[in-house]
Design a binder for this molecule. Sequence first.
Ligand SMILES: [Zn+2]
Length: 304
Amino acid sequence: MPEDIPYDRNLELLPGRVDEPMPGVRRLLCNNPSPFTFKGTVSYIVGRGKVAIVDPGPDDPAHSAALLDAVRGETVTHIFVTHTHRDHSPGVPAIKQATGAWVLAEGPHRAARPLHVGEPPRLDAANDTDFKPDRVLADGEVVSGSGWTIEAVTTPGHTANHMAFAFKEGNVVFSGDHVMAWSTPVVAPPDGSMGDYMASLQKLAKRDEPTYFPGHGPAVRNAPRFVAAYILHRKAREASIVNRLAKGESDIPALVAAIYSNLDPRLVKAAGMSVLAHLEDLVARGAVATDGPASIAGRYRLGA
Ligand SMILES: [Zn+2]
């Protein structure tokens, strides 16, 4: 797969060091690097004086302490959570306890669809099933703080409860793991859904904020163009799956081997889940057939 997305992997940010990439937005990197989190989770502080925090990050006392340190002398009134993966929301209780802030999100963790009979919950360890917001936000809902206004934008796909937050005064979007400059996110059933993910990309493609601040890595610049590239990338991935099925490949390990070149061995399982997400979507649309529900061990062929 050529580098069709204009990736940016230059993050000039050190763990524990706060910077201010634009007026009204500060950010803090957590020291939890991995093949899935890049250099780590990025937490954001919105406003001055009476502030909001977007994604307190994992259950990491050093990060929570650094976040509280960064807002020393200020009041944290709101905590926004993009989604309930363990690198984003388990830091909520520590911040809430220290500040009394309200916790706002789309909702608790849930899968995108019910489990099929005999299907193990695949990436369960990644999910924060303890998370419970104080207030559930609907799509388009607007929350006003002291000098800042945030619009909730439901963006299911990476998780069913994924929500992006548009910071109106800054004309930027906190895009969580939905759109990131360093990589495309993992979309893994049953928690993720490729059909939802594509619809959420189409939804963001209609917005005009030029900059996104994601949950990992540097800011996304030229965001509308970047989102368009993401959409093309997914369509190309789908086309190569269809093409490989036409050539006789019929199971997920063979498809992964054929489609992904130079894959980090630690990402093979995630790549398999991503191919499954595409197949599930293709089966739902009648372009691909399989016996029973689409599964990681299934055999696939073209046509209904
Ligand atoms: Zn995530």
